[in-house]
Design a protein around this ligand. Structure first.
Ligand SMILES: Cc1ncc(COP(=O)(O)O)c(C=O)c1O
Length: 323
């Protein structure tokens, strides 16, 4: 069962807003947050393609069974501080699946804490130039990677595919249904928006999903979200919600762009940890929580119940300290 915790904040009380946080950051010490939900079905698909005798495997983080006949490698992409690389490496070790991380940019030694950890989990790190990295979605590059590394199963950057979405449709279902339906608005940070799409597909009764892109100019995500929703609905994969698909983006809380932070955000993150006892990461969740509190103070929300999803990413704070 996932943990939901109330947040007591004076601005929320003043505007009659009830705030709750869904602690996905607590699901596992290494494969935490939304990362596991995006990885689960990707890894299951890899196993069922590689070892048909294990096609009905149901991977469980807390009871990690292994697949001794798996002969391939899980290959994925990410930046040098990527939460997805970190989680894929850890999940690979946990389930005994060999992993390769294609890392954007040059190698810098000593390795930063994220890559050092990934390597310690057995992930093979392969650095490619930013130019080559841009080809990460192309079939030609995938063929090149297959020629080089043999039997690989490719998971796109950030776990952004139908299997990634499918896992995220299960996030709200893991909370007891009656509880989930009590929330009017569900807020989360967006990178690729895979998680937002999964959450949107699982909402009911006019629940609203609000995504806070952490990249500058996040409006561009709108068409990507529509495409992902369309592709998912056209597939035969399960849709637990009522397909009302109420979502919107709030694009004003990127703090200058991906990985950019300022004193105000640093102060907010510190104060939030002190007053609420919850550590937020600077890249994703601190920006979203800051945005929600700011909108409450502006009177944007009134008389409603909000669920804020803590999507993890705490490992990235070490990277900020390292930089
Ligand atoms: C901590 C954290 N929160 C939010 C996100 C955004 O998730 P998505 O790419 O599915 O929008 C990510 C990226 O995976 C992340 O690492």
């Amino acid at each position: 069962m996932l943990l939901i915790q109330p947040i007591h904040h004076p601005s929320a009380t003043q505007h009659h807003v009830e705030l709750f946080v869904l602690r996905l950051d607590l699901i596992h010490p290494l494969v935490s947050g939304n990362k596991w939900f995006k990885l689960k079905y990707n890894l299951q698909t890899a196993i069922s393609q590689n070892c048909p005798q294990n096609s009905s495997i149901n991977l469980d983080l807390n009871h990690p069974q292994t697949c001794p006949h798996f002969r391939g490698k899980i290959l994925t992409f990410g930046g040098a501080y990527s939460n997805h690389i970190y989680a894929t490496a850890a999940a690979g070790k946990l389930f005994h699946l060999p992993t390769i991380g294609i890392i954007r940019g040059e190698e810098h030694l000593p390795l930063n804490p994220t890559l050092d950890f990934a390597q310690s989990q057995g992930m093979q790190l392969v650095y490619v130039s930013r130019e080559i990295y841009k080809q990460k979605h192309t079939p030609a590059f995938h063929q090149e990677l297959t020629a080089k590394f043999g039997d690989i199963f490719i998971i796109p950057e950030g776990g952004c595919n139908l299997d990634g979405i499918r896992g995220c449709t299960e996030i709200l279902a893991k909370i007891k249904t009656e509880t989930t339906e009590q929330f009017d608005i569900i807020c989360l940070a967006c990178g690729t928006a895979t998680t937002l799409v999964g959450i949107t597909l699982s909402t009911v009764k006019n629940q609203q999903v609000m995504g806070f892109p952490v990249l500058k100019g996040g409006e561009y995500l709108k068409s990507a979200i529509n495409d992902l929703l369309h592709q998912y609905l056209a597939s035969n994969l399960p849709v637990p919600g009522d397909k009302s698909l109420n979502w919107q983006l709030v694009c004003d809380y990127h703090f200058g762009g991906y990985g950019k932070i300022n004193q105000e955000l640093l102060h907010f993150q510190k104060e939030f940890a002190q007053t609420q006892g919850i550590t937020l990461d600077y890249i994703y969740t601190a920006k979203m929580f800051y945005g929600v509190i700011d909108l409450i103070q502006q009177g944007f929300f009134r008389h409603c119940r909000l669920l804020l999803i803590h999507t993890g990413g705490i490992q990235g704070n070490q990277g900020i300290a390292y930089m």
